[in-house]
Design a protein around this ligand. Structure first.
Ligand code: S3P
Length: 471
């Protein structure tokens, strides 16, 4: 966690061309789910490539607090070159988790908090949950509302915020829930509870959000049905079809090996940096190219980016490929609202790419961006403006005029406990003559602990801000 006294102000100056092969850390979404499913399966689940970011380590600690055995093991055969290490989880079986002796602290992680809320709502004991200042400000009603219908009870702070107490129910009712938003966290919370219910749990959403839970369930042998259903004259903004997932509860799960691919949302920072810094050429092996995660890459290609996928394959039910990226001249485009679920975490770094493109980029449908680790819509509009970029937030849209940062004076951007805001502005600093600092790079540890070391190894110039320069 970042506190006033431990802020780590960090500045990024124009980079040399970024060249080489870079190992991107494990996918955050899949890492959370691997630990949770390992804790629900009987016997040993071996996880390679697990993200060692703070968010995921919180979930590992929480699963141990709920009775699973979680151990890190080092073996010479580990494939992920030190960015991910092997974890072994011995689970308790569906229904076998036990009352935690202390508060479950989810740190900065909205995904951890929402998924674990779904999980513990299926157990007849009370769990207390909290998080850091960012997470305690984020809405939990999106999961407490559906989960309450199963019989679980929630006591929250005003505005349905953490800390909260969850008292689960032994007679969990299978739920049918039509989610108003395309949210993988909401869908997964309901499905994880549904895994414990007797019968069929159904979730529908306006458009499909990332489907890692469905894929991981199948990998463990759970019966999962997915389909797009026509809803006729719904008149809804998202059209007249909905994505539907059904899960048969109370399966017997046994441990499985899981190889976590590298996170496309983390790769995004290297990809955009390579596109913006002249002469760059990067190879990024083993990146998840789940179709519901690659909206950013599609968008960048539409903007003129040279991004190629090679060696495409399936691992543990997830499509992966190696990415090759070369410096490219980008053009502004309109990014439709329908693309938001497939790139919801990537708008901050897309806004940076847009700031350095030619022409205007308009991004619509960004309502959900306001309730992420920080209000990312305002953070990007204000931060870009501070760097001399013509950018504005208009309702749920972000409009950015290209041309790069103006001026030479260093500028300091507030991070507000948001890892992706920190990394985005450090990438912007690499692309021009104006040094760009962030007030707290320690936030990056939640998802990409070695971001600065990795970037500097490739040609970036990111340094701690000397104390004298802070006055
Ligand atoms: C996540 C879902 C996304 C995303 C988050 C990870 C997940 O949120 O922003 O970083 O792993 O389920 P929503 O789909 O709930 O918006």
């Amino acid at each position: 966690m970042s506190h006033g006294s431990s802020l780590t102000p960090t500045v990024s100056a124009r980079a040399r061309s970024l060249k080489g092969r870079a190992i991107v850390p494990g996918d955050k979404s899949i890492s959370h789910r691997a630990l949770i499913m390992g804790g629900l399966a009987v016997g040993e689940t071996t996880i390679t490539g697990l993200l060692l970011g703070e968010d995921v380590l919180r979930t590992a600690t929480v699963m141990a607090a709920l009775g699973a055995k979680v151990e890190e093991t080092q073996s010479p055969g580990d494939k992920h070159d030190g960015t991910g290490r092997t974890f072994r989880v011995w689970g308790r079986g569906i229904g076998g988790l036990t009352e935690p002796a202390d508060i479950l602290d989810m740190g900065n992680s909205g995904t951890g908090a929402r998924l674990i809320a779904g999980l513990v709502s299926a157990y007849p004991f009370t769990s207390f949950m909290t998080g850091d200042a960012s997470l305690r400000g984020r809405p939990m009603d999106r999961v407490t509302k559906p989960l309450s219908q199963t019989g679980a009870k929630f006591v929250t702070r005003a505005g349905e915020r953490l800390p909260m107490a969850v008292t689960g129910t032994p007679l969990l009712m299978p739920l049918t829930y039509d989610s108003p938003i395309a949210s993988a966290q909401v869908k997964s919370a309901v499905l994880l509870a549904g895994l414990h219910a007797k019968g069929l749990t159904t979730v529908t959403e306006p458009t499909p959000s990332r489907d890692h839970t469905e894929r991981m369930f199948r990998h463990f042998g759970v019966d999962v049905w997915t389909e797009t259903v026509q809803t006729g004259s719904s008149g809804g903004r998202q059209g007249s079809s909905r994505y539907k997932v059904q899960v048969q509860g109370q399966p017997e799960l046994s441990g499985r090996p899981i190889n976590v691919p590298a996170d496309p949302s983390s790769a995004a920072f290297l990809v955009v940096a390579a596109l913006l810094v002249p002469g760059s050429h990067l190879i990024l092996p083993n990146i998840s190219i789940n179709p519901l995660r690659i909206g950013l890459f599609d968008t960048l290609i539409e903007m003129g980016a040279q991004i190629a996928y090679t060696n495409s394959r399936i691992e543990a039910g997830e499509p992966v490929a190696d990415l090759e990226v070369k410096y490219s001249q980008l053009k502004g485009i309109n990014v439709p609202a329908a693309r938001a679920p497939s790139m919801i975490d990537e708008y901050p770094i897309l806004a940076v790419a847009a700031a350095c493109a030619e022409g205007v980029t308009r991004m619509d449908g960004l309502e959900e961006l306001k309730v992420k680790e920080s209000d990312r819509l305002s953070a990007m509009a204000n931060g870009l403006k501070a760097c001399g970029v013509d950018a504005k937030a208009e309702g749920d849209s972000l409009i950015v005029r290209g041309g790069g940062p103006k001026g030479n004076a260093p500028v300091m951007i507030p991070v507000n406990l948001d890892h992706r805001i920190a990394m985005s502005f450090l990438v912007l600093g690499m692309a021009g003559d104006r040094p760009i600092a962030v007030d707290d790079a320690s936030a990056i540890n939640t998802s990409f602990p070695d971001f600065i070391g990795l970037m500097n190894g490739l040609g970036a110039d990111i340094q701690a801000v000397p104390a004298k320069d802070l006055l």
